[in-house]
Write a protein that binds this ligand. Structure first.
Ligand code: ZN
Ligand code: ZN
Ligand code: ZN
Ligand code: ZN
Ligand code: ZN
Ligand code: ZN
Length: 498
């Protein structure tokens, strides 16, 4: 069985935490939810249906509940037509928007407008000069609350099952513009903040709690962000946690690269395709381009992450690991740049090369000699016995070979000198007793016996003077030995008169 959370998209009931069997179907939750959601004095009408959602889609009756840690539900009446609903929150109560304007907002959203564009439309309609004062709020769905990203495409929030959007207006200049890696976000502080003034830490905490939380489409964020990870900057300088931020100010924000990459992946679906990669010429979302390629680059990247990964992959084949460059300028890629943008396999290769180079420069560093072992360690140079901490193999540092057990280096040398002497003697012996067949050049050993050699190649010859044995036309075998040979063949002149 598995634990699941049942959450009401309209926030009127629950949440409910329950343990279900892994194989249970969605249809089994239907009456359970209805039972929980009706008041004793006001039972639910029979026409009310329960719809279930997870992973950005509506679940079918036979989908298995156990796959989703969070299952969303919504009670719907037959009159519910699933259209956008807008309210005006300016007086802290939901006021109606006049129909022509609500229709215009629907059109605006359905044609792909961003939050920033909707802010402008609303500001214009309300005759407000500064559109940053407009607050757009999701009232239902998986992520309720302010929609802070100006570059977010509004119709996408249907994946959060949101269909009720409210608008509110903050007092003049009571906001902070956060300039992020691929667009800007608006922080509208609550009334308490507005009275006391906002410091940098307040903004960071708000970013942790509200802004960067749950921007992923499936509501299953992997972004483990603490406010202390965030850096706020103004005109290139870091802001300290307690420096005040003046109302209406614009500050930059930065995250450590590994968190920025998680955020890029999770926020990507909310962004317009607005960039073009100059390498693959594909249209890309801003999150699909690197924020910066090499730490020293002075330009805005126009190569997408995928192409940059390809570039590093092929650069590793054509240049040395420490001369990898930005594809767009001569800046060298540093370790963290490669770690960030190289495909995993290429980074591992790069990392091994960089590590080897770094270790080589450490005095007394030695690699384990075992062929199957990649480990190395600092070794005391006065000790000849190296014991690998990884594979436990022992090596002789003096002889550069596996450790000669039960022998000191001197004993080992002594035994070897003797062995080499013996080997040398037998080599000389072999040389003395070996001759090469004059026909096929194979060595032939002759330890004893007749000097008439019949080689494996079929050639017959005299072992002493190398003269060949021949047959005359009658098949008679003879050898005409060379001068000085101890063998003689008295018949040679008779059977083969020259
Ligand atoms: Zn590309
Ligand atoms: Zn560059
Ligand atoms: Zn080893
Ligand atoms: Zn040794
Ligand atoms: Zn031969
Ligand atoms: Zn001979």
């Amino acid at each position: 069985s598995v634990k699941i959370t049942l959450q009401d998209l309209d926030r009127r009931h629950g949440p409910y935490y329950l343990t279900v069997k892994r194989g249970i179907e969605v249809v089994r939750l239907d009456s359970w939810v209805k039972d929980r959601c009706q008041d004793l004095d006001r039972p639910l009408s029979d026409s009310v249906r329960v719809r279930f959602f997870a992973d950005a889609r509506e679940l079918g009756r036979h989908d298995l509940v156990g796959f989703y840690p969070v299952v969303w539900f919504r009670l719907v009446t037959p009159r519910d037509n699933d259209t956008w609903k807008f309210t005006d929150l300016r007086d802290d109560t939901d006021g109606r928007l006049d129909t022509p304007f609500a229709d215009e907002m629907t059109r605006c959203i359905e044609t792909g407008s961003t939050v920033g564009q909707l802010r402008k439309l609303v500001a214009q309609h309300m005759d407000i000069h500064d559109s940053n004062r407009i607050i757009i709020i999701a009232r239902d769905g998986a992520r309720v609350g302010s929609l802070q990203g100006d570059m977010w495409e509004l119709r996408q929030i249907r994946s959060w099952f949101c269909r009720w959007v409210s608008i509110d207006v903050s007092p003049p200049r009571s906001y902070v513009v956060l300039d992020g890696p691929w667009g800007q976000y608006l922080f509208h502080p609550s009334k308490e903040y507005q009275a006391n003034g906002v410091v940098v830490r307040d903004v960071k905490m708000w970013m942790e709690m509200c802004l960067l939380r749950d921007v992923d489409r499936l509501h299953n964020s992997k972004l483990r962000l603490k406010w202390s990870h965030i850096t706020l900057t103004s005109r290139g300088g870091r802001l300290s946690n307690f420096s005040p931020i003046s109302p209406g100010a614009k500050v930059g924000f930065e995250l450590p690269w590994y968190l920025e990459d998680v955020l890029a992946a999770e926020e990507s679906w909310l962004l317009h395709v607005s960039e073009t990669c100059t390498v693959c010429t594909d249209d890309k979302r801003p999150t699909e381009l690197p924020v910066q390629i090499a730490s020293g680059c002075k330009h805005k990247p126009t190569t997408c992450r995928e192409c940059l990964g390809q570039w590093i992959h092929s650069s590793l084949d054509t240049s040395t690991w420490d001369r990898l460059k930005c594809p767009e300028c001569p800046e060298l890629l540093e370790f963290n740049d490669v770690r960030r943008y190289a495909p995993k396999h290429d980074f591992d290769r790069y990392d091994a090369l960089a590590t080897r180079a770094a270790l080589k420069s450490i005095p007394n560093f030695r690699w384990c000699l075992s062929t199957s072992c990649e480990s190395g360690q600092i070794h005391d140079p006065t000790c000849r016995k190296f014991k690998c901490i990884a594979c436990k193999a022992k090596h002789c540092v003096y002889h550069d070979m596996p450790w000669h057990s039960r022998e000191t280096c001197e004993e080992y040398d002594h035994r070897n000198r003797r062995r080499r002497k013996d080997e040398k003697a037998s080599e000389d012996m072999i040389k003395k007793t070996t001759k090469v067949c004059p026909e096929c050049k194979k060595p032939v050993h002759k330890w004893s016996g007749c000097n008439h050699i019949t080689c494996v190649c079929g050639h017959e010859w005299c072992y002493i003077c190398l003269a060949p044995y021949r047959r005359n036309q009658h098949g008679f075998l003879y050898c005409r030995h060379n001068a000085g040979c101890s063998e003689t063949d008295p018949f040679a002149d008779i059977v083969d008169p020259e």
